[in-house]
Design a protein around this ligand. Structure first.
Ligand code: SAH
Ligand code: ZN
Ligand code: ZN
Ligand code: ZN
Ligand code: ZN
Length: 508
Protein backbone atom coordinates (compact mmCIF):
# COMPACT_ATOMS: atom_id res chain seq x y z
CA UNK A 1 0.00 0.00 0.00
CA UNK A 2 1.42 3.39 -0.87
CA UNK A 3 2.06 5.93 1.83
CA UNK A 4 -0.56 8.27 0.46
CA UNK A 5 -3.26 5.72 0.73
CA UNK A 6 -2.13 4.70 4.16
CA UNK A 7 -2.06 8.28 5.43
CA UNK A 8 -5.46 9.00 4.02
CA UNK A 9 -6.68 5.84 5.62
CA UNK A 10 -5.26 6.92 8.97
CA UNK A 11 -7.06 10.20 8.65
CA UNK A 12 -10.32 8.60 7.75
CA UNK A 13 -9.94 6.27 10.68
CA UNK A 14 -9.40 9.24 12.97
CA UNK A 15 -12.59 10.90 11.91
CA UNK A 16 -14.53 7.65 11.85
CA UNK A 17 -13.43 7.34 15.44
CA UNK A 18 -16.07 9.66 16.81
CA UNK A 19 -18.89 7.74 15.10
CA UNK A 20 -17.92 4.14 14.82
CA UNK A 21 -16.14 3.77 18.12
CA UNK A 22 -18.68 6.00 19.71
CA UNK A 23 -16.75 8.95 21.12
CA UNK A 24 -18.55 12.23 20.84
CA UNK A 25 -17.47 15.75 21.65
CA UNK A 26 -20.12 17.59 23.61
CA UNK A 27 -20.09 21.34 23.25
CA UNK A 28 -20.82 23.08 26.52
CA UNK A 29 -23.72 25.48 26.69
CA UNK A 30 -22.73 29.11 26.92
CA UNK A 31 -21.79 30.13 30.43
CA UNK A 32 -20.59 26.68 31.46
CA UNK A 33 -16.82 26.36 31.69
CA UNK A 34 -14.55 23.35 31.37
CA UNK A 35 -11.45 22.75 33.49
CA UNK A 36 -8.21 23.93 31.89
CA UNK A 37 -5.10 22.06 30.83
CA UNK A 38 -1.99 23.83 29.57
CA UNK A 39 -3.82 24.16 26.23
CA UNK A 40 -6.76 26.11 27.62
CA UNK A 41 -10.26 24.81 28.36
CA UNK A 42 -10.57 21.06 27.82
CA UNK A 43 -13.28 19.39 25.73
CA UNK A 44 -16.06 17.24 27.12
CA UNK A 45 -16.14 13.76 25.57
CA UNK A 46 -18.61 10.94 25.87
CA UNK A 47 -18.46 7.32 24.88
CA UNK A 48 -21.54 5.93 23.23
CA UNK A 49 -21.77 2.19 23.78
CA UNK A 50 -22.96 -0.39 21.27
CA UNK A 51 -26.24 -0.89 23.03
CA UNK A 52 -26.84 2.85 23.02
CA UNK A 53 -25.81 3.28 26.64
CA UNK A 54 -24.14 6.58 27.20
CA UNK A 55 -20.75 6.32 28.83
CA UNK A 56 -19.51 8.48 31.65
CA UNK A 57 -18.47 11.86 30.33
CA UNK A 58 -14.94 13.12 30.78
CA UNK A 59 -12.81 16.15 30.06
CA UNK A 60 -9.60 15.77 28.07
CA UNK A 61 -7.17 18.02 26.21
CA UNK A 62 -8.59 19.73 23.14
CA UNK A 63 -5.32 19.98 21.26
CA UNK A 64 -3.42 16.77 21.98
CA UNK A 65 -4.68 13.38 20.99
CA UNK A 66 -1.73 11.66 22.52
CA UNK A 67 -1.63 11.28 26.29
CA UNK A 68 2.13 11.71 26.12
CA UNK A 69 1.67 15.33 25.01
CA UNK A 70 -1.01 16.25 27.50
CA UNK A 71 -2.35 13.82 30.01
CA UNK A 72 -5.21 15.89 31.38
CA UNK A 73 -8.14 13.71 32.35
CA UNK A 74 -11.14 14.37 34.56
CA UNK A 75 -14.50 12.67 34.84
CA UNK A 76 -17.28 15.21 34.41
CA UNK A 77 -18.70 14.37 37.83
CA UNK A 78 -15.33 14.25 39.63
CA UNK A 79 -15.03 16.33 42.76
CA UNK A 80 -11.61 17.90 42.36
CA UNK A 81 -9.86 18.74 45.62
CA UNK A 82 -8.45 22.20 46.32
CA UNK A 83 -4.96 20.71 46.43
CA UNK A 84 -5.36 19.11 43.02
CA UNK A 85 -6.68 22.34 41.53
CA UNK A 86 -3.64 24.19 42.84
CA UNK A 87 -1.27 21.55 41.50
CA UNK A 88 -3.01 21.71 38.14
CA UNK A 89 -2.78 25.50 38.05
CA UNK A 90 0.94 25.27 38.86
CA UNK A 91 1.43 22.72 36.10
CA UNK A 92 -0.41 24.95 33.61
CA UNK A 93 1.74 27.93 34.65
CA UNK A 94 4.94 25.95 34.31
CA UNK A 95 4.10 25.04 30.73
CA UNK A 96 3.71 28.65 29.64
CA UNK A 97 6.39 29.90 27.24
CA UNK A 98 9.45 31.05 29.21
CA UNK A 99 9.87 34.13 27.06
CA UNK A 100 6.75 36.28 26.66
CA UNK A 101 5.63 37.56 23.29
CA UNK A 102 6.53 41.11 24.34
CA UNK A 103 10.03 40.03 25.27
CA UNK A 104 10.27 38.18 21.96
CA UNK A 105 9.46 41.41 20.15
CA UNK A 106 12.26 43.24 21.96
CA UNK A 107 14.64 40.44 21.11
CA UNK A 108 13.66 40.59 17.45
CA UNK A 109 14.37 44.32 17.34
CA UNK A 110 17.84 43.71 18.77
CA UNK A 111 18.41 40.79 16.43
CA UNK A 112 17.71 42.69 13.20
CA UNK A 113 20.16 45.40 14.17
CA UNK A 114 23.01 42.90 14.60
CA UNK A 115 25.77 42.77 11.96
CA UNK A 116 25.06 40.16 9.27
CA UNK A 117 27.56 37.59 10.57
CA UNK A 118 26.13 37.77 14.09
CA UNK A 119 22.55 36.95 13.13
CA UNK A 120 22.57 33.38 14.35
CA UNK A 121 19.75 30.87 14.67
CA UNK A 122 20.05 27.74 16.78
CA UNK A 123 18.46 24.87 14.89
CA UNK A 124 18.49 22.57 17.89
CA UNK A 125 16.59 25.04 20.06
CA UNK A 126 14.71 26.76 17.20
CA UNK A 127 15.59 30.22 18.55
CA UNK A 128 17.21 33.39 17.30
CA UNK A 129 20.30 33.98 19.43
CA UNK A 130 21.39 37.29 20.90
CA UNK A 131 25.11 37.95 21.42
CA UNK A 132 25.27 36.95 25.10
CA UNK A 133 23.63 33.58 24.42
CA UNK A 134 25.95 32.04 21.86
CA UNK A 135 28.19 30.40 24.41
CA UNK A 136 25.36 28.35 25.88
CA UNK A 137 24.39 27.03 22.42
CA UNK A 138 27.93 26.31 21.21
CA UNK A 139 27.43 22.53 21.16
CA UNK A 140 24.32 23.00 18.99
CA UNK A 141 23.82 23.23 15.27
CA UNK A 142 23.67 26.95 14.46
CA UNK A 143 23.31 28.83 11.19
CA UNK A 144 23.62 32.42 10.05
CA UNK A 145 20.29 33.91 8.95
CA UNK A 146 20.01 36.37 6.13
CA UNK A 147 17.48 39.18 6.02
CA UNK A 148 15.56 37.21 3.37
CA UNK A 149 15.42 34.13 5.58
CA UNK A 150 14.16 36.22 8.48
CA UNK A 151 11.15 37.05 6.36
CA UNK A 152 10.42 33.36 5.81
CA UNK A 153 10.09 31.86 9.27
CA UNK A 154 8.12 28.91 7.86
CA UNK A 155 11.25 27.93 5.94
CA UNK A 156 13.66 28.63 8.78
CA UNK A 157 11.72 26.76 11.45
CA UNK A 158 11.65 22.98 11.34
CA UNK A 159 8.09 21.84 10.65
CA UNK A 160 6.62 20.16 13.70
CA UNK A 161 6.04 16.51 12.93
CA UNK A 162 4.07 15.15 15.83
CA UNK A 163 1.80 12.82 13.88
CA UNK A 164 -0.96 12.76 16.43
CA UNK A 165 -1.51 16.38 17.32
CA UNK A 166 0.59 18.85 15.47
CA UNK A 167 2.09 17.92 12.15
CA UNK A 168 2.82 21.00 10.05
CA UNK A 169 2.25 20.71 6.34
CA UNK A 170 3.32 23.84 4.51
CA UNK A 171 1.71 25.04 1.29
CA UNK A 172 3.58 24.77 -1.97
CA UNK A 173 4.17 28.04 -3.79
CA UNK A 174 1.49 26.97 -6.25
CA UNK A 175 -1.17 26.64 -3.58
CA UNK A 176 -0.21 29.64 -1.47
CA UNK A 177 -0.06 31.92 -4.51
CA UNK A 178 -3.38 30.60 -5.72
CA UNK A 179 -4.97 31.30 -2.34
CA UNK A 180 -3.58 34.78 -2.16
CA UNK A 181 -4.49 35.68 -5.76
CA UNK A 182 -7.99 34.38 -5.15
CA UNK A 183 -8.46 36.36 -1.95
CA UNK A 184 -7.13 39.51 -3.60
CA UNK A 185 -9.43 39.03 -6.60
CA UNK A 186 -12.40 38.65 -4.27
CA UNK A 187 -11.52 42.02 -2.79
CA UNK A 188 -10.33 40.96 0.66
CA UNK A 189 -7.79 43.19 2.34
CA UNK A 190 -7.48 41.47 5.70
CA UNK A 191 -6.66 37.79 6.06
CA UNK A 192 -7.03 36.00 9.36
CA UNK A 193 -4.61 33.10 8.98
CA UNK A 194 -5.65 30.33 11.37
CA UNK A 195 -2.91 27.70 11.40
CA UNK A 196 -1.58 29.10 8.14
CA UNK A 197 1.83 30.65 8.88
CA UNK A 198 3.05 30.38 5.33
CA UNK A 199 0.09 32.32 4.00
CA UNK A 200 0.76 35.15 6.43
CA UNK A 201 4.39 35.11 5.38
CA UNK A 202 3.50 35.39 1.72
CA UNK A 203 1.14 38.28 2.39
CA UNK A 204 3.93 40.20 4.08
CA UNK A 205 6.40 39.39 1.31
CA UNK A 206 3.97 40.59 -1.34
CA UNK A 207 3.36 43.81 0.50
CA UNK A 208 7.09 44.50 0.26
CA UNK A 209 6.98 44.14 -3.51
CA UNK A 210 4.50 47.02 -3.63
CA UNK A 211 2.93 45.79 -6.84
CA UNK A 212 -0.33 44.75 -5.28
CA UNK A 213 -2.76 46.48 -3.00
CA UNK A 214 -1.39 45.94 0.49
CA UNK A 215 -3.09 43.31 2.64
CA UNK A 216 -3.17 42.98 6.38
CA UNK A 217 -2.81 39.64 8.07
CA UNK A 218 -3.03 38.19 11.54
CA UNK A 219 -1.71 34.72 12.33
CA UNK A 220 -3.46 32.61 14.96
CA UNK A 221 -1.42 29.50 15.70
CA UNK A 222 -0.48 27.22 18.56
CA UNK A 223 3.15 27.16 17.47
CA UNK A 224 4.69 29.77 19.75
CA UNK A 225 8.00 29.79 17.84
CA UNK A 226 6.33 32.28 15.49
CA UNK A 227 6.25 34.87 18.33
CA UNK A 228 9.95 35.37 17.63
CA UNK A 229 9.24 36.88 14.24
CA UNK A 230 5.94 38.71 14.51
CA UNK A 231 4.67 41.65 16.50
CA UNK A 232 1.72 41.44 18.84
CA UNK A 233 -0.66 42.72 16.21
CA UNK A 234 0.53 40.06 13.72
CA UNK A 235 0.55 36.87 15.77
CA UNK A 236 -1.59 35.54 18.59
CA UNK A 237 -0.87 32.29 20.36
CA UNK A 238 -4.12 30.43 19.79
CA UNK A 239 -5.75 27.02 20.12
CA UNK A 240 -8.29 26.48 17.35
CA UNK A 241 -9.95 23.50 19.04
CA UNK A 242 -11.30 25.54 21.93
CA UNK A 243 -10.98 29.08 20.57
CA UNK A 244 -8.51 29.87 23.33
CA UNK A 245 -6.23 32.89 23.06
CA UNK A 246 -3.29 32.27 25.36
CA UNK A 247 -2.59 36.02 25.53
CA UNK A 248 -5.93 36.67 27.27
CA UNK A 249 -7.75 39.99 26.97
CA UNK A 250 -4.85 41.71 25.20
CA UNK A 251 -5.01 39.11 22.41
CA UNK A 252 -8.81 39.28 22.23
CA UNK A 253 -8.46 43.01 21.66
CA UNK A 254 -5.95 42.39 18.85
CA UNK A 255 -8.34 39.92 17.23
CA UNK A 256 -11.35 42.23 17.57
CA UNK A 257 -9.55 45.19 16.10
CA UNK A 258 -8.42 43.02 13.20
CA UNK A 259 -11.94 41.81 12.51
CA UNK A 260 -13.43 45.29 12.72
CA UNK A 261 -12.88 46.12 9.00
CA UNK A 262 -12.24 49.72 10.04
CA UNK A 263 -11.58 51.43 6.71
CA UNK A 264 -13.93 49.33 4.66
CA UNK A 265 -11.25 46.66 4.33
CA UNK A 266 -13.01 43.33 3.93
CA UNK A 267 -11.81 40.47 6.12
CA UNK A 268 -11.63 36.75 5.36
CA UNK A 269 -10.59 33.77 7.48
CA UNK A 270 -8.37 31.01 6.09
CA UNK A 271 -7.89 27.97 8.32
CA UNK A 272 -5.71 24.94 7.67
CA UNK A 273 -6.11 22.76 10.75
CA UNK A 274 -4.21 19.54 11.40
CA UNK A 275 -6.10 16.81 9.56
CA UNK A 276 -6.43 14.64 12.63
CA UNK A 277 -8.52 17.38 14.19
CA UNK A 278 -12.12 16.85 15.20
CA UNK A 279 -14.53 18.67 12.95
CA UNK A 280 -17.12 19.68 15.53
CA UNK A 281 -14.89 21.71 17.87
CA UNK A 282 -13.12 23.30 14.89
CA UNK A 283 -16.43 24.33 13.34
CA UNK A 284 -17.46 25.72 16.69
CA UNK A 285 -14.32 27.85 16.96
CA UNK A 286 -14.76 29.21 13.45
CA UNK A 287 -18.36 30.09 14.30
CA UNK A 288 -17.15 31.96 17.38
CA UNK A 289 -14.69 33.96 15.27
CA UNK A 290 -17.50 34.65 12.84
CA UNK A 291 -19.78 35.82 15.65
CA UNK A 292 -17.14 38.25 16.86
CA UNK A 293 -16.75 39.50 13.30
CA UNK A 294 -20.52 39.91 12.97
CA UNK A 295 -20.86 41.90 16.18
CA UNK A 296 -18.33 44.35 14.79
CA UNK A 297 -20.18 44.79 11.51
CA UNK A 298 -22.32 47.75 10.75
CA UNK A 299 -25.81 46.28 11.15
CA UNK A 300 -26.68 46.12 7.42
CA UNK A 301 -26.07 42.45 6.64
CA UNK A 302 -27.98 40.89 9.48
CA UNK A 303 -27.39 37.19 9.11
CA UNK A 304 -24.11 37.21 7.23
CA UNK A 305 -21.25 34.92 8.19
CA UNK A 306 -17.61 35.82 8.09
CA UNK A 307 -16.20 34.71 4.71
CA UNK A 308 -14.14 31.61 5.43
CA UNK A 309 -11.94 29.10 3.66
CA UNK A 310 -11.39 25.89 5.58
CA UNK A 311 -8.76 23.62 4.10
CA UNK A 312 -9.39 19.94 4.82
CA UNK A 313 -9.49 16.52 3.08
CA UNK A 314 -12.49 15.81 0.85
CA UNK A 315 -13.72 12.80 2.81
CA UNK A 316 -14.67 15.09 5.70
CA UNK A 317 -17.25 16.77 3.46
CA UNK A 318 -20.36 15.21 5.04
CA UNK A 319 -19.08 15.99 8.51
CA UNK A 320 -18.17 19.60 7.71
CA UNK A 321 -21.45 20.29 5.92
CA UNK A 322 -23.31 18.81 8.84
CA UNK A 323 -21.66 21.37 11.14
CA UNK A 324 -21.58 24.25 8.64
CA UNK A 325 -24.51 23.88 6.22
CA UNK A 326 -23.72 27.09 4.35
CA UNK A 327 -20.38 25.70 3.16
CA UNK A 328 -19.52 24.08 -0.18
CA UNK A 329 -16.57 21.93 -1.09
CA UNK A 330 -14.56 23.16 -4.06
CA UNK A 331 -12.59 20.96 -6.43
CA UNK A 332 -9.28 22.80 -6.00
CA UNK A 333 -6.54 20.47 -4.78
CA UNK A 334 -4.33 22.03 -2.15
CA UNK A 335 -0.82 20.63 -1.98
CA UNK A 336 2.05 20.74 0.43
CA UNK A 337 5.82 21.15 0.22
CA UNK A 338 6.84 18.77 2.94
CA UNK A 339 4.23 16.18 2.10
CA UNK A 340 5.60 14.70 -1.09
CA UNK A 341 2.56 12.53 -1.55
CA UNK A 342 -0.03 15.25 -1.28
CA UNK A 343 0.82 16.55 -4.66
CA UNK A 344 -1.22 18.10 -7.33
CA UNK A 345 -1.41 15.60 -10.15
CA UNK A 346 -3.36 14.97 -13.27
CA UNK A 347 -4.64 11.51 -12.48
CA UNK A 348 -4.58 8.56 -10.19
CA UNK A 349 -3.73 8.35 -6.54
CA UNK A 350 -1.00 10.94 -6.57
CA UNK A 351 -3.63 13.65 -6.36
CA UNK A 352 -3.92 15.58 -3.14
CA UNK A 353 -7.08 14.76 -1.17
CA UNK A 354 -7.11 18.23 0.39
CA UNK A 355 -9.82 20.68 -0.66
CA UNK A 356 -11.29 24.09 0.13
CA UNK A 357 -14.54 24.33 2.06
CA UNK A 358 -16.07 27.76 1.90
CA UNK A 359 -19.13 29.90 2.46
CA UNK A 360 -18.01 32.21 -0.36
CA UNK A 361 -20.15 31.67 -3.46
CA UNK A 362 -18.42 28.86 -5.45
CA UNK A 363 -19.10 30.71 -8.70
CA UNK A 364 -16.79 33.49 -7.55
CA UNK A 365 -13.83 31.29 -6.72
CA UNK A 366 -12.12 31.01 -10.08
CA UNK A 367 -9.97 27.89 -10.35
CA UNK A 368 -6.98 28.08 -12.72
CA UNK A 369 -7.70 26.88 -16.25
CA UNK A 370 -4.04 26.17 -16.98
CA UNK A 371 -4.07 23.60 -14.17
CA UNK A 372 -7.03 21.77 -15.62
CA UNK A 373 -10.08 23.32 -13.99
CA UNK A 374 -13.12 24.46 -15.96
CA UNK A 375 -16.39 26.21 -15.24
CA UNK A 376 -19.53 24.07 -15.20
CA UNK A 377 -22.36 26.37 -16.20
CA UNK A 378 -25.01 24.02 -14.85
CA UNK A 379 -23.40 23.61 -11.44
CA UNK A 380 -22.23 27.22 -11.48
CA UNK A 381 -18.86 26.33 -10.07
CA UNK A 382 -15.35 25.53 -11.22
CA UNK A 383 -14.56 21.83 -11.36
CA UNK A 384 -11.60 19.54 -12.01
CA UNK A 385 -11.15 18.34 -15.61
CA UNK A 386 -12.02 14.73 -14.78
CA UNK A 387 -15.13 15.77 -12.92
CA UNK A 388 -17.56 15.41 -15.82
CA UNK A 389 -21.07 16.75 -15.48
CA UNK A 390 -23.58 13.90 -15.26
CA UNK A 391 -26.81 14.68 -17.08
CA UNK A 392 -28.74 12.07 -15.06
CA UNK A 393 -27.62 13.27 -11.62
CA UNK A 394 -27.39 16.84 -12.86
CA UNK A 395 -24.21 17.47 -10.90
CA UNK A 396 -20.48 17.19 -11.36
CA UNK A 397 -20.26 14.24 -8.98
CA UNK A 398 -16.58 13.44 -8.40
CA UNK A 399 -15.14 14.10 -4.97
CA UNK A 400 -11.75 12.46 -5.18
CA UNK A 401 -10.42 13.84 -8.46
CA UNK A 402 -11.14 10.71 -10.51
CA UNK A 403 -13.82 10.42 -13.16
CA UNK A 404 -16.90 8.86 -11.59
CA UNK A 405 -19.45 6.83 -13.54
CA UNK A 406 -23.20 6.64 -13.36
CA UNK A 407 -24.89 3.46 -12.06
CA UNK A 408 -28.41 3.31 -13.39
CA UNK A 409 -29.53 0.83 -10.73
CA UNK A 410 -28.27 2.98 -7.84
CA UNK A 411 -29.36 6.07 -9.74
CA UNK A 412 -26.22 7.95 -8.84
CA UNK A 413 -22.61 8.34 -9.79
CA UNK A 414 -20.04 6.19 -8.07
CA UNK A 415 -16.27 5.80 -7.91
CA UNK A 416 -14.69 4.31 -11.05
CA UNK A 417 -13.40 1.31 -9.09
CA UNK A 418 -16.89 0.30 -7.92
CA UNK A 419 -19.14 -2.30 -9.51
CA UNK A 420 -22.82 -2.82 -8.94
CA UNK A 421 -23.35 -5.81 -6.66
CA UNK A 422 -26.66 -7.65 -7.02
CA UNK A 423 -26.37 -9.33 -3.62
CA UNK A 424 -25.88 -6.05 -1.75
CA UNK A 425 -28.13 -4.08 -4.05
CA UNK A 426 -25.62 -1.30 -4.32
CA UNK A 427 -22.30 -0.37 -5.87
CA UNK A 428 -19.16 -1.41 -4.03
CA UNK A 429 -15.58 -2.46 -4.59
CA UNK A 430 -15.43 -5.81 -6.43
CA UNK A 431 -13.86 -7.48 -3.36
CA UNK A 432 -16.20 -6.07 -0.71
CA UNK A 433 -17.54 -8.35 2.04
CA UNK A 434 -20.62 -9.45 0.14
CA UNK A 435 -24.08 -10.67 1.00
CA UNK A 436 -26.57 -9.85 3.73
CA UNK A 437 -25.09 -8.08 6.71
CA UNK A 438 -21.83 -7.10 5.11
CA UNK A 439 -21.33 -3.50 6.12
CA UNK A 440 -24.20 -3.68 8.57
CA UNK A 441 -22.63 -6.29 10.82
CA UNK A 442 -21.79 -3.84 13.56
CA UNK A 443 -25.36 -2.73 14.01
CA UNK A 444 -26.75 0.32 15.74
CA UNK A 445 -25.00 1.80 18.77
CA UNK A 446 -28.22 3.14 20.19
CA UNK A 447 -30.55 0.14 20.15
CA UNK A 448 -28.37 -2.74 18.93
CA UNK A 449 -30.47 -3.41 15.83
CA UNK A 450 -28.64 -4.80 12.81
CA UNK A 451 -31.04 -3.10 10.42
CA UNK A 452 -29.68 0.41 10.72
CA UNK A 453 -26.88 2.50 12.18
CA UNK A 454 -27.03 4.89 15.10
CA UNK A 455 -27.49 8.01 12.97
CA UNK A 456 -30.69 6.65 11.47
CA UNK A 457 -31.90 4.97 14.62
CA UNK A 458 -35.63 5.59 15.04
CA UNK A 459 -35.28 5.60 18.82
CA UNK A 460 -32.50 8.13 18.79
CA UNK A 461 -34.12 10.30 16.11
CA UNK A 462 -37.33 10.33 18.11
CA UNK A 463 -35.41 11.46 21.19
CA UNK A 464 -33.58 14.20 19.34
CA UNK A 465 -36.81 15.26 17.77
CA UNK A 466 -38.63 15.64 21.02
CA UNK A 467 -35.83 17.72 22.49
CA UNK A 468 -35.73 19.84 19.33
CA UNK A 469 -39.41 20.35 19.56
CA UNK A 470 -39.29 21.60 23.10
CA UNK A 471 -36.51 24.00 22.13
CA UNK A 472 -38.57 25.15 19.22
CA UNK A 473 -41.61 25.61 21.33
CA UNK A 474 -39.69 27.99 23.51
CA UNK A 475 -38.44 30.03 20.59
CA UNK A 476 -41.75 29.82 18.78
CA UNK A 477 -40.08 27.86 16.00
CA UNK A 478 -41.44 25.36 13.54
CA UNK A 479 -42.68 21.95 14.50
CA UNK A 480 -40.44 19.31 13.04
CA UNK A 481 -42.97 16.50 13.09
CA UNK A 482 -43.27 16.32 9.31
CA UNK A 483 -39.76 14.93 9.19
CA UNK A 484 -39.85 11.18 8.67
CA UNK A 485 -38.67 9.33 11.75
CA UNK A 486 -37.79 6.03 10.24
CA UNK A 487 -36.68 6.89 6.78
CA UNK A 488 -32.99 6.47 6.15
CA UNK A 489 -33.18 8.37 2.88
CA UNK A 490 -33.61 11.73 4.58
CA UNK A 491 -31.78 14.72 3.21
CA UNK A 492 -28.81 14.25 5.43
CA UNK A 493 -27.02 11.05 4.71
CA UNK A 494 -27.56 8.42 7.36
CA UNK A 495 -24.70 7.36 9.59
CA UNK A 496 -24.70 3.99 7.91
CA UNK A 497 -24.38 5.46 4.47
CA UNK A 498 -21.62 7.74 5.61
CA UNK A 499 -19.71 4.95 7.27
CA UNK A 500 -20.19 2.67 4.32
CA UNK A 501 -18.79 5.41 2.18
CA UNK A 502 -15.84 5.85 4.48
CA UNK A 503 -15.17 2.15 4.69
CA UNK A 504 -15.29 1.92 0.96
CA UNK A 505 -13.01 4.90 0.58
CA UNK A 506 -10.51 3.31 2.93
CA UNK A 507 -10.21 0.23 0.85
CA UNK A 508 -9.80 1.88 -2.53
N1 SAH B 1 -0.53 24.82 5.25
C1 SAH B 1 -0.28 25.77 6.32
C2 SAH B 1 0.16 25.03 7.58
C3 SAH B 1 -0.86 24.00 8.03
S1 SAH B 1 -0.21 22.88 9.19
C4 SAH B 1 0.75 26.77 5.85
O1 SAH B 1 1.52 26.44 4.95
O2 SAH B 1 0.78 27.90 6.35
C5 SAH B 1 -1.28 23.14 10.56
C6 SAH B 1 -1.01 24.44 11.30
O3 SAH B 1 -1.89 24.49 12.40
C7 SAH B 1 0.39 24.55 11.86
O4 SAH B 1 0.89 25.84 11.66
C8 SAH B 1 0.21 24.25 13.33
O5 SAH B 1 1.17 24.90 14.16
C9 SAH B 1 -1.18 24.77 13.59
N2 SAH B 1 -1.88 24.10 14.68
C10 SAH B 1 -1.85 22.79 15.02
N3 SAH B 1 -2.64 22.56 16.08
C11 SAH B 1 -3.19 23.75 16.40
C12 SAH B 1 -4.11 24.18 17.41
N4 SAH B 1 -4.60 23.32 18.29
N5 SAH B 1 -4.46 25.47 17.42
C13 SAH B 1 -3.93 26.36 16.55
N6 SAH B 1 -3.06 26.02 15.60
C14 SAH B 1 -2.70 24.74 15.52
ZN1 ZN C 1 -3.68 19.92 26.93
ZN1 ZN D 1 20.66 25.76 21.10
ZN1 ZN E 1 -21.78 20.18 -13.45
ZN1 ZN F 1 -24.99 0.47 -8.39
Amino acid sequence: MSTTVRNIKEMEMTETHDDTFGIEVILLPEGQTAPCCPHGPTLLFQKVGRGGEKGRRFYACSACRDRKDCNFFQWEDDKVSEARLLAREAENQSRRPVISHEENCNRFRKFVSLPADEKIFCQDCQVLLLPGEREAHSPHKRVIVTAAQLRRPSVLLRPLDNKKSNAQYLFTDRSSHFLLDTLAALGYRKVLCVGAPRLQELIKLRNLEQQHEPMKSLLLDIDFRYAQFYGRDEFCHYNMFNHHLFGGEASSAVLRSFLAEADGEKAVMVADPPFGGLVKPLANSFCLVSQTWKKLQSSENGDAEMPTLWIFPYFFEPRILECLPSFTMLDYQVDYDNHPLYKHGKTGRKQSPVRLFTNVCPRDVVLPKQEGYRFCSVCQRYVWSLNKHCAKCNICPSKDGREWKHCSTCEKCVKPSWKHCQACGRCALPDHPCGEGGQMKQGCFSCGSLQHKRKSCPVRVAQTKSSNRSNNAKSGGKDLSHHPVNKPKSKRKSGAARRAKKLAAQSV
